[in-house]
Structures are given as C-alpha cells and as structure tokens.
Ligand binder design. Structure first.
Ligand SMILES: Nc1ncnc2c1ncn2[C@@H]1O[C@H](COP(=O)(O)OP(=O)(O)OP(=O)(O)O)[C@@H](O)[C@H]1O
Length: 321
C-alpha cells in the first residue's frame, strides 16, 4: 500500500518525553511522566500496564483527543498537534468504549467515516472489511439493531476504512467472545503482515505474548520495561511450578505463591527448589494435583515488574526430614 512507504528511518509513532498532568479540584494527577519510545513501521507493539498506569491517556494524546502537558508525539513524522490532520489520517483507532451513531446502517456509517477522511468510492474496501469481520449480512442493518459484539466489529471496520498505515487498538477484546477475538486477531495479524504498524493495549497478557514483537510496560505513568517480548520472557529465566490444591498453603509458601482459585503457581529456579517445595507441601499434609513445571509466561514477568522485584525471590524452604 502506497500510504505505508514513508521511509524506514521515520518511526511510525514517536513518543518524545510525553508528560501529562490532570489538574482537578482535588489536586493534580501525574498520569504520564516523560514517556519516550519509538515504534517502527511494521511493528506489532504492545502497551501494557495495570489500571490507571496511563495507557489510555497516552493513546488519547496520540489520537489528538487530549493534550500532553509536555513533550511531543509524532505519527510518521507528523506532530499530532501542529500537523493534526496528517497525523490523524495515518491512524486507525479502535476505541475502548462503544461509541456509534444509531441513525445509520452499517454501510452508511462506514461510508460517512471514509468520507470524513476524504476517501470516496470506497465500497470495494468496505465490502472486504465487512467480509473479514463477519459483518456482510449486517451491512444494511441499522446500528441500533446490532449486538454489543457486532457494534465492536463495526468500530474496527470504521477505524480501518481509510486504510491507515498505523492501527491502534485500545483494549479491543475487553468483554468480547472467543469468535470475535479470533476473527479480529486473524485480520489484524494479516494487516500487520502486509506492513501495517499495530499498537495494542490489552489486559489479556496471553494475547500480548502471542501477538506482540515488542512490549512496553507502564507503571504510574512511567515506562518500567521496554524490550522484545522474547527478551522479556528470557530475562526472568524462571521456572514456574503450577498445580491444583484443595488445602491451604503453608504461610511460607503462600507468601511466594500466586493463587487463582485452586491453581497455585510458585517460582522454582531448578530441580532442587522444585523438590524443596514438594517436600514442604508433603510435610504440611498438602496433596498437589496436576503438577506442571514450565517456563514463566508474560503474566509472571508482568507481575514481577509491577511488584518491583529486581531479582527473582529465592525460595527458602527446608526439605522435610
Ligand atoms: N480526565 C481525567 N481527569 C483526571 N484524571 C484522569 C483523567 N483521565 C485519567 N485520569 C487519571 O490518570 C491516570 C491514568 O489513567 P488512564 O486511564 O490513562 O490509565 P489506563 O492505564 O488506561 O487504565 P485502565 O487500564 O484502567 O484503562 C489515572 O490515575 C486516572 O485516574
């Protein structure tokens, strides 16, 4: 696509020391603190962070919906404030919230959005979008008549209708069913292969691990990790024990474990530590079921970084006699 070839040296997105302070009646909130990184054309980039980390603020500034208090953001070299129209034309943004105009049919809504960006006679691409997003039979349906999942598909189509080189997805799979998630990821992955840059924020870390080549993690408005996904995973060099347990963990293990319902995860760096944990469980009368030993996943890495552990915590477990 011609719009994507803007030169290899210009980043697709450049965040340059971006800060944002919200000033309100009850004081000010420093939502972003000197965020600085570039996303290169063709990357599939993940922006992760807990609630309130600043992800949506950063994307709102990128989209021109909020003003940075300091720094600059450029999209293919276009400043999002000084050169708003050109920057915005390069972006296809799928918002977190379901916003739509109830008076139009799906096809009308897409034609209007296309015209907004100055792209006319776009029905061939609109048909392709409808087909790829499983919306062909809804083309003439009124937006009011669509289910929440269908409306979300229309939002994706609207974001892509002017063939933007950069696609921004702000938690696109929050609360959507498995079928839409798969449809969406297949389609977005295909667009990425064709050269589109993708910036994704999500709380589904297994999606980020599977899709993103590089990831930035935000914590309280600061970038606390930025690396290739494989390097982030390799950096922990941790092995995780996972098992199911009906009993209560002894406190010394509980303090090191992540417990989700019956599922317990504990870091163990080598066979000796695995043996020590098993011996401790045995001594406490706990019977672990379905024991698995595997590498740490992105969720483990994320939690470690967010908890601010600089080094893996060693397990201090005495083997039972
Ligand atoms: N309009 C606003 N006015 C005042 N404070 C705001 C505003 N928008 C966001 N904030 C604050 O800025 C910080 C960052 O919020 P933001 O929504 O960017 O985080 P987030 O990482 O997108 O969170 P989530 O994962 O919950 O969507 C939070 O402390 C939030 O309360």
């Amino acid at each position: 696509m011609s719009s994507i070839s803007t030169g290899a040296s210009t980043p697709a997105i450049s965040f340059q020391d971006v800060s944002k302070t919200y000033v309100g009646a009850r004081g000010s909130v420093h939502a972003l603190d000197n965020v600085a990184f570039d996303i290169q054309p063709g990357e599939f980039f993940g922006l992760l962070g807990p609630n309130g980390a600043g992800k949506t603020t950063l994307i709102s500034i990128l989209a021109g919906l909020a003003r940075a208090s300091g720094g600059a953001v450029k999209v293919h070299g276009h400043d999002v404030v000084a050169d708003y129209a050109a920057a915005r034309r390069s972006l296809g943004i799928v918002p977190q919230e379901l916003v739509f105009d109830p008076f139009f049919s799906v096809r009308e809504a897409l034609r209007i959005q296309s015209g907004y960006f100055g792209v006319y006679d776009n029905d061939a691409w609109i048909d392709e979008l409808l087909e790829n997003l499983g919306l062909s039979d809804k083309a003439n349906a009124n937006m009011r008549q669509l289910s929440g999942g269908m409306k979300r598909r229309v939002l994706v189509a609207q974001a892509l209708v002017h063939r933007p080189p950069v696609i921004v997805l702000d938690e696109p799979t929050a609360g959507v069913d498995v079928e839409l998630r798969q449809t969406l990821w297949q389609f977005v992955a295909r667009l990425n292969k064709q050269g589109h840059t993708v910036l994704l924020t999500t709380h589904y870390l297994e999606e980020a691990e599977a899709l993103c080549g590089r990831i930035a993690m935000l914590k309280q408005g600061k970038v606390v990790a930025l690396d290739r996904t494989s390097a982030l995973l390799a950096g922990t060099a941790s092995t995780m024990m996972r098992f199911k347990l009906d009993a209560v963990l002894p406190p010394d293990l509980a303090s090191k474990a992540r417990v989700t319902g019956r599922i317990v995860q504990i870091k163990a760096h080598d066979a000796k530590e695995v043996e020590a944990v098993l011996a401790r469980l045995h001594a406490a009368g706990c019977q672990p079921e379905d024991l698995e030993i595997g590498r740490a996943d992105l969720e483990n890495v994320f939690l470690e970084i967010m908890q601010g552990e600089s080094k893996p915590l060693p397990l201090k477990v005495e083997a039972a006699a």
